[in-house]
Design a protein. Structure first.
Length: 184
């Protein structure tokens, strides 16, 4: 399996980092793109340098490189995950504005009929945010808000992160045992 993973400037970079680590452990090829603000949030929230983050991915592409392989529909991929997804990135994707690699790769993912999963992080949500999410959902994009459940009685932040990463992996079709499922 081959996936594009993007981390943008929405808070909750911990989800993107945990996702990359899980995909690496599962042997999934990943192509990572990080926005400028995504890099800032990774450093601010998780005290991680971009060079360390890159080690969890198979390949890394600069967000301003619109000639990267993931910018083309001919690049074979099983989908794309944006975790977290800022409202700026979400709006660009919803409105076909592909001025950077993250938005272009998402555009390609949609036009090729591949799975696109976004983990939006904002609160409260405005009508603009909701309309952009609805527009994307109508295109088949899976919207997974950064809102973990508590039915599995989490004991740590890691437990909360794992439930969300597990939900993302479920949507892309990857088997995992990151969190206890309801009834288990």
């Amino acid at each position: 399996m081959r996936l594009t993973v993007a981390i943008t400037g929405g808070s909750c970079a911990i989800y993107g980092i945990a996702l990359l680590k899980a995909l690496e452990q599962l042997g999934v090829e990943t192509h990572l793109v990080v926005s400028r603000m995504g890099e800032y949030v990774v450093k601010h929230e998780c005290d991680m340098e971009i060079e360390t983050l890159k080690t969890f991915a198979t390949a890394y592409h600069e967000n301003d490189n619109l000639a990267a392989p993931i910018a083309s529909g001919t690049f074979e991929s099983d989908g794309m995950i944006i975790a977290p997804c800022s409202m700026n990135t979400l709006a660009a994707i919803a409105n076909g504005i592909s001025t950077n690699l993250i938005a272009r790769a998402a555009d390609v993912t949609i036009k090729e009929g591949r799975k696109l999963i976004i983990l939006p992080r904002e609160t409260p949500l405005s009508v603009i945010h909701l309309e952009n999410m609805l527009k994307l959902a109508k295109m088949g994009v899976k919207i997974i808000p950064a809102a973990p459940g508590f039915y599995h009685q989490p004991q740590t932040i890691g437990d909360l992160v794992n439930i969300m990463v597990g939900k993302i992996l479920d949507q892309i079709g990857i088997k995992h045992n990151l969190a206890r499922r309801w009834g288990e």
